[in-house]
Write a protein that binds this ligand. Structure first.
Ligand SMILES: [Zn+2]
Length: 225
């Protein structure tokens, strides 16, 4: 199973990637994680990328595809992978498609699109509060009558992260719409898109993804947990 998770910021790609990784027994590959791993392993590209990020710059597409390439060639990805946060632009998608062709897995790739209602998602995201002690995130409606963190017991530790402020969220959505959204059409043309309602409870979203994958692949999927 070779999957790209696609969806607006905050729709829950990371959460789904973790669940699918467990259920399908394939690694969850987030760009942040593989950049850190490449630096830790002191690969040539990892060191380059670290230098660039340390100076506050963005890692170029060329370096990124090189790191993705190294990652996909690793034996832990031999049965597949779940990409979360890559490709992010059409240029990256074109480079990625070439890599998939080279690795002979282009036929196996699917893009899972987590659909959402943007305005409802903005309400959900601006309603988040974090605990400054344990960093757990809660829905404001669940904690508004309390000043004790249900996770770690800290008192008056809730705060509104800058990432959860409406203007910040709207800006991330604008960037997503203009830069990342065209990927959907790109992979739709290739017949690679599996579209799921991402605004349902987490378990239902996973269930829909697994069912759609089974239909698309025309066979039962081995689920390990
Ligand atoms: Zn806490």
């Amino acid at each position: 199973m070779h999957l790209i998770l696609f969806g607006a910021p905050g729709v829950g790609k990371g959460t789904q990637a973790k669940i699918l990784s467990l259920k399908l027994g394939i690694p969850h590959i987030s760009t942040g994680d593989i950049l850190r791993a490449a630096f830790k392993a002191q690969t040539e590209l990892g060191i380059k990328a670290h230098k660039i990020m340390s100076s506050g710059e963005l890692v170029s597409d060329e370096i990124m595809i090189g790191i993705i390439r190294d990652t996909l060639l690793d034996s832990k990805c031999s049965k597949g992978f779940i990409l979360d946060g890559y490709p992010r632009t059409l240029a990256q998608a074109n480079a990625f498609d070439k890599l998939l062709e080279e690795l002979n897995i282009i036929k196996k790739i699917f893009l899972i699109s987590l659909r959402t209602n943007e305005e409802e998602l903005i309400v959900r995201l601006t309603n988040r509060r974090a605990c400054s002690k344990c960093q757990e995130i809660f829905n404001y409606n669940d904690i508004k009558d309390s000043d004790i963190c249900p996770n770690c017991g800290a008192i008056k530790s809730f705060y509104h992260r800058s990432d959860d402020q409406e203007e910040v969220i709207r800006n991330r959505f604008r960037i997503f719409q203009s830069v990342t959204f065209p990927l959907l059409e790109h992979y739709e043309k290739m017949g690679k898109v599996i579209s799921v309602d991402g605004f349902q409870p987490v378990e239902k979203v996973s269930e829909d993804i697994l069912n759609s994958l089974a239909i698309k692949c025309g066979k039962k999927i081995a689920i390990s947990a």
